[in-house]
Design a protein around this ligand. Structure first.
Ligand code: ZN
Ligand code: ZN
Length: 422
């Protein structure tokens, strides 16, 4: 076992009540993307008291905290801080009842239904343990609390605020996410672990008219209907069965009344891919089909494409994830498993991509073990509330401890004084 884990085991136990209180407080006070003012200041104040060199307001509410502890590699650990615009329905005593205004000024419920409150708590716990046990490691720890993951803007805005210029380049970047999975387990993977996610809005232009006079119109409803069906042929007819992709049209809007042919129609679609070439192909095919359907309808102008969000692929570096796997297997034994890639997306990899730094991301189970095992046995895993469900909330024991140990254990791979190689 690594020195860092050996030394911190007792402290973890005594730190858990404090972390549980922090978690419940964050859970009850969720903040929307790019508005994480309270969360960021709690994290920043906490690490500052521990002796970290803290920079606030990086790319909005982002926090970068550095702890230099002699010669050695620099390890960046990242936690995202934002919550979602939804009403929590977990029924937990510490459930959120917060309401807030989103960017359009709409009043919405706010809930930590993706578990980012757990991520913040884990990272705060790690900063505490690393500060308390400086004798057990060498190098520099860089703790990053990131805003706006749910809108795919936070990592980008920290980079755009000069992150790479203002802070030393890390040797490795590590991150983790609480997911549906048996609490106490960690899922690692080499290569693609999360899909790319691209959301587009496509506006199709026709010519409005009276419903009784279709010959004077160019009907955008027909155009949108035809486009919707044809777009579904990209995955089924154009992508190899060896590759995988998802294309969902989640919104289709046109018109106001049965006897008015509207001027235009809007589609909103979401694409998930696990390969950069497949991603580019899909994006190109969407454009091609939308434009061709407009030509087929004799549309007065080309469709208008707006990118709503774009999440890059999360492709774990092979060598880095191999080290993480070894560390997990030696600490967690059979509780460490190889995860399948998830069709979920993250902006975590933006840091590694922009900085050209290898990275690894992994999953930490947050589902009550009995509930999870029962669901596996009955083949009802899809009935467990997943991230973004109003009923999603991890069980605190042993999820809190597991994420803490996972991060320490992985960071120790680079920072252990007995194994200080990069
Ligand atoms: Zn999420
Ligand atoms: Zn998330």
């Amino acid at each position: 076992m690594m020195k860092l884990m050996e030394t911190t085991t007792d402290t973890i136990e005594s730190l858990l009540p404090e972390l549980e209180a922090i978690y419940k407080d964050l859970h009850q006070h969720p903040e929307l993307s790019m508005q994480e003012v309270r969360t960021a200041s709690i994290a920043a104040d906490y690490v500052e008291k521990l002796g970290y060199d803290v920079t606030r307001n990086v790319g909005g509410t982002g926090v970068v905290a550095m702890l230099r502890n002699g010669e050695g590699p620099t390890v960046m650990l990242r936690a995202d801080m934002d919550a979602l615009p939804m009403v929590e329905a977990t029924g937990l005593p510490y459930a959120s009842t917060v309401r807030s205004k989103d960017e359009e000024g709409v009043d919405v419920g706010v809930a930590h239904s993706c578990g980012h409150d757990m991520h913040v708590t884990w990272l705060m716990g790690v900063t505490h343990l690393m500060a308390a046990h400086r004798d057990a490691w060498r190098g520099t720890l860089m703790a990053v609390f990131q805003p706006g993951e749910e809108v795919a803007r936070g990592a980008r805005s920290m980079i755009d605020d000069g992150m790479a210029r203002r802070f030393p380049k890390p040797d490795v970047i590590l991150g983790q996410h609480v997911m549906v999975g048996e609490a106490g387990t960690v899922g690692h993977r080499s290569g693609a672990i999360l899909s790319a996610g691209d959301s587009l809005k496509v506006k199709l232009f026709g010519r409005g008219s009276h419903g009784s006079q279709p010959q004077t119109s160019i009907d955008p409803v027909i155009m949108a209907a035809s486009t919707t069906l044809r777009l579904q042929t990209i995955v089924s007819r154009e992508i190899s069965p060896r590759d995988s992709a998802v294309l969902t049209i989640g919104a289709l809007q046109a018109g106001t009344k049965e006897n008015i042919i509207p001027d235009d129609a809007t589609l909103k679609l979401n694409i998930r891919t696990f390969d950069e070439d497949v991603r580019e192909y899909m994006l190109g095919a969407v454009r091609r089909i939308c434009c061709a359907e407009c030509v087929a309808s004799n549309a007065p102008r080309e469709p208008e494409f707006t990118t709503l969000s774009s999440y890059p692929l999360t492709i774990n570096d092979v060598e880095t994830s191999e080290r993480v796997r070894k560390a997990f297997e030696s600490h967690f034994d059979e509780r460490a498993y190889e995860a399948a890639p998830a069709a979920a997306s993250e902006d975590f990899s933006v840091f590694g991509r922009e900085w050209a730094v290898p990275y690894a991301f992994w999953f930490v189970g947050g589902t009550d073990p009995d509930t999870f095992r029962k669901a596996v046995k009955e083949k009802k895993l899809n009935e467990i509330p997943s991230n973004h469900s109003p009923k999603f909330a991890p069980v605190l024991d042993p999820t809190l401890r597991t994420g803490l140990e996972a991060m320490l254990c992985a960071a120790g791979e680079w920072l252990d004084p007995r194994d200080a190689s990069v």
